[in-house]
Design a protein around this ligand. Sequence first.
Ligand SMILES: Nc1ncnc2c1ncn2[C@@H]1O[C@H](COP(=O)(O)OP(=O)(O)OP(=O)(O)O)[C@@H](O)[C@H]1O
Ligand SMILES: [Mg+2]
Length: 257
Amino acid sequence: MNTVTFAFSGKGGVGKTSLSAAFIRLLCERFPNKRILAVDADPAVGLSTALSMEPPMTLDDVRLQIAQSIEKGETADAVALLGEAKFHLLDCVLERGNLSFLAIGRPEAAGCYCKVNAYLKQVLEMISGNFDFVVIDGEAGIEQINRRVMEQVDCLVLVSDSSKKGIQVIRTIEQVASRLVACRTAGVIFNRTRPGFDADALHDIPPVLSVIGDDALQAQCDMDGDSVFCLPEDSALLKGASRALETLLQRVHNETV
Ligand SMILES: Nc1ncnc2c1ncn2[C@@H]1O[C@H](COP(=O)(O)OP(=O)(O)OP(=O)(O)O)[C@@H](O)[C@H]1O
Ligand SMILES: [Mg+2]
């Protein structure tokens, strides 16, 4: 299957989760016969609320279960271990219509996310091929890019607000990603921009996919704790996400044919 993977990255709080959720909704609606995998790769957890989907287990729960059974000497060999991991993965994937959802979870233990990130990378390699589209809502900053959690990405979506810091972060991510990630195309979505912000005046950033201002409908949706599926179609966030998605699908399509 020719899977198309989108990964969202950027500074904290700029709208990665809201835009990932918007992409997921748009893909589900536009391609009802295609399979879509949504991945919450952020230990801070947010996509679950945005999609209103709560998987019974997270990847970290599975990782911990396996680690504990090894400690207790319960698991005979590596083959059995792998079989067990695959089996438990099914408990992590929650399905609704053509959408499947998987969350990395919140590793409580050692306070280090490396292990679960490494596990996520393997899981993505193992299951991505079963889906037409994969949308990954990444952790803020460059850690997951650095660790090559998202090694194979078709579309890297860099999200920024209009702040200097937000723009600096996407520049850094792009530089790191260009060395470490096999990425087919990258683009920027400016979100929650201030009036007077001029994206055209910026240089040394990947092409701008859309510019979205402050969206009162998204703010209301957020206040009510509603999912992205409740967001009115004419909201600035959905319309902006739609423009960006069109452009990226076009680019990937042109490259493929
Ligand atoms: N265009 C917009 N207009 C108004 N509010 C928005 C807009 N985009 C996102 N928000 C709100 O901004 C807040 C942060 O958005 P979101 O959680 O999507 O950011 P994030 O980049 O995923 O943050 P984090 O780095 O913490 O994961 C949320 O309350 C969200 O509803
Ligand atoms: Mg988020």
